[in-house]
Design a protein around this ligand. Sequence first.
Ligand code: T4K
Length: 401
Amino acid sequence: MHKVNSIEDLAIFTGKPVFDNQLFVGRPNIGNRERFLERVNDILDRRWLTNDGRYVQEFERKLENLLGVKHCIVTCNATIALEIVIRALGMEGEVIVPSFTFIATAHALQWQQITPVFCDIEADTHCIDPARIEKLITPRTTGIIGVHLWGRPCDIGALEEITRRRSLKLLFDAAHAFGSFYKGKMIGNFGYAEVFSFHATKFVHTFEGGAIVTNDSRLAERLRLMKNFGFRGYDDVVSVGTNGKMSEISAVMGLTSLESMDEFIAANHANYLSYKKHCAGIPGIKLLSYDHLEKPNYQHIVVEVHESQAGIGRDTLVEILHAENVIARRYFYPGCHAMEPYKSLFPEARRRLPNTEAVAARVVSLPTGPTIGEQEIAVIGEIIRFAVGNAGEIKKRIQKR
Ligand code: T4K
């Protein structure tokens, strides 16, 4: 690893990155490899590979205990989980969602001919702004999906109040928020149901996977049927359904991952503190903060680049970082409303989403997780500090390339 002391050292000009290997956002955690392989051997010995197997059931019961919820239904991924629960809740017509989220939140609605109505976010929390919801409610509105972006809970209290008063269904996309709390209660206990993602990039994962959790027993029964083609017994199909099942190998990854959950959170927390230290005082660079009292999972390191103070825009900074092998990501640029089919379907949406547009243009996600630590973060901080400190000169050199 070499130091970045002068503009001549920057890899966008030299082609020689500071890091020999790429540092990724969302590098999967492995946990105890021996324990995982032991369980995989057991699966192979018992020849029960999927369809509500022993490990899927064990994973579901462990999640219910950990979260303090009555029912957990694990699935093949969170997108299918969202689709199933949206259908089981009888959502139709229009559903209000934030546009600043991963595209799956919107697609899960559009896939079943439900119109996602995009609501703006609060500029500081990056979550749906409850104050802007009321204006979007029409006679066709049946529900609201709140997203706990970056694992920070959205304003659950305000959404509960609106949905109660307007008789709407409330669902949460908690893909990022596994393990996090809201006012002392674990995420998973709010709305009709909440959906977690256990994709490989999540700090607790099952390669691909998701889970729907709910305290509503009738809803849970519908969800279990729906994720298994509507089968009640060997040959009794009682409703329309899909294949949303989690396999046994995914469940054992989940169980193994859960056993190291505290360790992963501790590593993410330590990295967050390192980023805080190494990005401190860089003009225009604002690290998104977490409230330690809400016990966040710290799995996302999110930085806002305010060009007017930093002198450099988010996209140029990302280009500089990528050249140094720091594969920073522009999550969730440009916002769902600016992607197809929504961009063509709702060209007017951007006018009512000023915060979404502004935040999507300045946010960047940086690498974290147990595979990196203080040493790498100090260097990433140094590159950012150098880029901001020499913004004018760098921009001139980029133009000349
Ligand atoms: N709702 C929200 C709010 C979500 O954020 C998501 C998913 C969902 C719903 C739907 O959940 P799932 O149906 O996926 O369970 C990634 C993930 O695929 C996606 O799960 C996640 N959110 C989203 C935020 O990020 P991409 O398209 O950015 O993935 P990709 O392939 O670029 O990988 C991300 C990074 O991880 C890269 O830096 C490389 C690294 N990586 C990835 C994989 C798969 C590895 O190092 N190893 C790996 O095996 O979507």
